[in-house]
Design a protein around this ligand. Structure first.
Ligand code: NAD
Length: 492
């Protein structure tokens, strides 16, 4: 790939140097080295992207869906051809292991595949003779210019929750990737130059709040998709709505898993270990609190502690690495301080991952797997999103008590249960107040053809990302009612 010293925006089919006076280093979280600099794009640059997308919309909208998806078939091929390269880039800028990065690229491709079904998915419906001689038809039409603002933890997959569906539906699109991990999408835009898309259909601006605020305020932007932390999600939802836009804002999480004594403990511990410590706990679907019911506490605690202690923490490009660093030193300091607070408030530190050192990578932001036991169910550690490799253990006497804990939690992204009882699983599935529910599943991640369905403070909006929800979000419905009296046909 071309490593740009300072990244450029991609506006109207061309790379454009930013005139911004501020820029940031894009750091490799494992080595601490700077990979590039990212400009904090200006309002004028973001407006230029919006204007390019607006100008491209009429012709793109008029392009038949069948023709639009041909670009996506080519994109799928490009992604497969550059699979390894993109995964390595994700590892370098985000820190997750190469295996995890490959899984991310695979999930991204699946969203392209689903969006290739737009000629079917975008269909409306109709009915003849809603009254005598009157028919009614519902068409779905694209909105216009739409934008996505995305987080650091999935540099490619989260943009791909939106990009393929948006353009397949006939919208033109602007991405504002995370300024912490802009390289993979930058590379993807280089690759997407080969698609031959009309200028202005896909645009990317680098930046932070000023770029985002321009997207939220500009009258030509019709819809905003956001994924990131809850305080920012709340802000985006309020501001975008105030400016009359359609908005879906996915926020943070605090996911609970409930373990019943009848669960297959070996399998449960392995899956929960992968969920809590995979991607160094920086997944919005990662398990953060394990609620053990009754005697499962004893067996689960031993199994999970042994497994977590054995995880090979290393630079994600090193052979055998099972967990990489967290995103940066600020995040490491925040996570370590929360671990300290938990211990001060009475939790027992079964495994303390603070002050981790990884040989050859002394400048890396590593935190090893951490387990705290006897965490107060409604204490700070049980409520706060840690977004690091930290698992809190909480005890409950019954499924109802565990469900009460989940209900009192402000977030509702995911909740899981591990059990061999169908009745307990069914009760949990029915009553758990979360939008993504797992039964004997550690990361309840919906496939691309289902909605990514957070609830409560994990989501602000109505229609979610991915699958049929994406088509609902990126189109508006037009109902046409036609009168063609039968008598008129006698003329012919
Ligand atoms: P973040 O909220 O700090 O940043 C997300 C995006 O918002 C970035 O592009 C950033 O530039 C922009 N931004 C940040 N502050 C802003 C402000 N004040 N005004 C306008 N824009 C602003 O999130 P992050 O640290 O990059 O990502 C981690 C968070 O994302 C976690 O809370 C995690 O749970 C959440 N997340 C949620 C989901 C989900 O599906 N619910 C998925 C992935 C990540």
């Amino acid at each position: 790939m071309t490593m740009h010293t300072t990244l450029s925006h991609h506006i109207n089919g061309r790379w454009q140097l930013s005139a911004a006076t501020e820029s940031l280093d894009v750091l490799n979280p494992a080595t601490g080295e700077s990979l590039a600099r990212v400009p904090l794009g200006t309002q004028a640059e973001t407006s230029a992207a919006i204007e390019a997308a607006s100008a491209a919309f009429p012709a793109w909208r008029a392009t038949p869906p069948e023709d639009r998806i041909q670009y996506l078939f080519k994109l799928k091929t490009l992604l497969e051809e550059h699979f390894e390269e993109l995964a390595r880039l994700i590892t370098m800028e985000n820190g997750k292991t190469l295996t995890e990065a490959k899984a991310e690229v695979r999930r991204s491709i699946e969203n392209v595949e689903v969006a290739c079904g737009i000629p079917t998915l975008m269909q409306g419906y109709n009915l003849e003779d809603v009254a005598r001689g009157i028919d009614e038809i519902m068409f779905r039409q694209p909105l216009g210019v739409v934008a996505a603002i995305t987080p650091f933890n999935f540099p490619v997959m989260v943009p791909f929750w939106f990009l393929p569906y948006a353009i397949a539906c006939g919208n033109t699109f602007i991405l504002k990737p995370s300024e912490k991990v802009p390289l993979s999408m930058n590379r993807l835009f280089e690759l997407m130059d080969q698609l031959g898309l009309p200028e202005g259909v896909l645009n990317m601006v680098h930046g932070a709040k000023p770029a985002v605020d321009t997207l939220l305020e500009h009258p030509a932007v019709r819809a905003i998709s956001f994924v990131g932390s809850t305080p920012v999600a709340r802000y985006i939802y309020a501001e975008a709505s105030r400016h009359g836009k359609r908005v879906q804002a996915q926020g943070g999480a605090k996911n609970h898993v409930v373990i019943l004594p009848d669960a297959d403990m070996e399998m449960t511990a392995q899956i929960i270990s992968d969920s809590a410590f995979g991607c160094a706990g920086q997944r919005c679907l990662a398990v953060s609190v394990a609620v053990t019911v009754g005697e499962s506490h004893r067996t689960f605690t031993k199994a999970i502690t042994d497994l977590a202690a054995s995880i090979n923490v290393n630079y994600g490009l090193e052979e055998g690495a099972q967990m990489g660093p967290v995103i940066n030193s600020g995040s490491k300091a925040r996570i370590e301080s929360l671990i300290g607070k938990g211990a001060e408030q009475g939790a027992a530190l079964l495994l303390d991952g603070r002050h981790a050192k990884v040989s050859k990578y002394e400048k890396g932001s590593f935190v090893r797997p951490t387990i705290l036991d006897h965490v107060p169910a409604d204490g700070e550690l049980s409520r706060t999103e840690i977004f690091g490799p930290v698992l809190s253990l909480v005890s409950a006497e019954s499924v109802d008590q565990a469900l009460g804990m989940i209900s009192r939690n402000p977030y509702g992204n995911a909740a899981s249960i591990f059990t061999s009882s169908g009745a307990a699983a069914r009760k949990f599935r029915n009553e758990a107040p979360a939008g993504n529910v797992g039964v004997n599943i550690g990361v309840a991640a919906p496939m691309a053809y289902f909605p990514f369905s957070g609830w409560k403070d994990s989501f602000f909006g109505v229609v979610h990302g991915q699958g049929r929800d994406a088509i609902e979000f990126y189109t508006e419905k037009k109902v046409v009612i036609e009168r063609w009296p039968r008598e008129w046909s006698r003329k012919f």
